[in-house]
Write a new protein. Sequence first.
Length: 105
Amino acid sequence: MSRSGLRWTTAGRRYSSVLRISTSHGPISTTFKYSDEYVEARWAYSIYPELPLSTVPFSVPGLPEAFADCSPDRWGRTLVAKEHRRQVADGVVRDRRLSGIDFLL
């Protein structure tokens, strides 16, 4: 499981949310929670339709496009895959199929 704190600044205030991505039991699943302060702001908005504005954490299967869109483009993925193959050849990591999370993180 991977956990990330997301932080951003809007209108001079700093906000944070929690993103948990799990691959431990098969397919990728994502749990996301907006910070209470962000949801309470009068100008707050959902960052993606799959991630409705709420103070309650919720889970979705896979990696929502709002986060997948932050991943590298095809050239960036090629570079990450090339580095992975180099690390496999050097015995640093085991060979495996890279997932969307590997490119994001």
